[in-house]
Design a protein around this ligand. Structure first.
Ligand SMILES: C[S@@+](CC[C@H](N)C(=O)[O-])C[C@H]1O[C@@H](n2cnc3c(N)ncnc32)[C@H](O)[C@@H]1O
Length: 213
């Protein structure tokens, strides 16, 4: 599938009908989502024929992109049941198969090395301090191949240090810096749209045979 075609399909997906600010529910736009998954697939071979998990999947954009790029199996995880209903409807509309699980990422426990790649646009931790780091830690424990994640550029040094020193990543690389459009979704948003600088990261977990999560 061509990049533009992927972006077009993702652009038609339904987004949060009743966004919850405490969960930092902001959609990942089709421009960023398509480039993120396309890079993971074509530059690194981390999507096609891989088992992919979308952490904090919201309305399913990243996981659906993985399914469209021929992931072997995709599972989306989110704490919010309403978003998962939308994600499921989105997958149905595009006739792709994904499973969805309602779960708090902080308490997620999966046994064995079943997930090759985690893709995620986690909460940035602006509502609950450390939410972004909880996602990163869990993703690095669970993925056996790679983790792709978006984080505010202002947190770059902190993310790198924590990934390598605390969460045992073998490598942590910023693939590119992107402009993330935050649409005017909540009452406290004064401006129509704002964009913030985010880093697209690729983390490689330490090889850890038989790691039980
Ligand atoms: C920035 S949004 C990203 C949404 C989605 N990935 C997308 O691409 O549009 C963050 C998502 O993380 C979810 N979330 C927040 N805290 C969570 C938690 N502790 N466990 C699981 N999901 C959580 C929110 O419900 C929301 O869908």
């Amino acid at each position: 599938m061509k990049l533009k075609q992927l972006e077009g399909l993702l652009g038609d997906l339904q987004q949060f009908h009743n966004p919850k600010v405490e969960l930092e529910q902001y959609p990942t736009g089709p421009h960023i989502a398509s480039r993120m998954l396309y890079t993971a697939d074509f530059s690194f071979g981390d999507v096609s024929n891989k088992v992919v998990a979308d952490f904090g999947c919201g309305c399913g954009t990243l996981g659906i992109a993985a399914a469209l790029l021929d992931a072997e199996y995709v599972i989306g995880v989110d704490i919010d049941a309403e978003s998962l209903e939308t994600a499921s409807a989105n997958a149905g509309d595009l006739e792709v198969n994904l499973d969805f699980v309602q779960c708090n990422i902080g308490t997620l426990r999966w046994r064995g090395q079943i997930i090759d790649t985690v893709v995620m646009n986690p909460p940035f931790g602006t509502r609950r301090k450390g939410a972004d780091m909880d996602f990163l830690q869990r993703a690095l424990e669970i993925a056996s191949g790679a983790v792709y994640s978006l984080h505010k550029t202002t947190t770059r040094e902190h993310i790198k240090r924590a990934a390598i020193r605390e969460y045992n990543a073998a490598s942590a690389e910023v693939i590119c810096e992107l402009r993330y459009d935050v649409p005017q979704m909540y009452k406290f948003h004064k401006k129509k749209d704002v964009d913030i600088a985010v880093d697209l990261w690729r983390f490689v977990p330490q090889k850890n045979e038989g790691k039980g999560i």
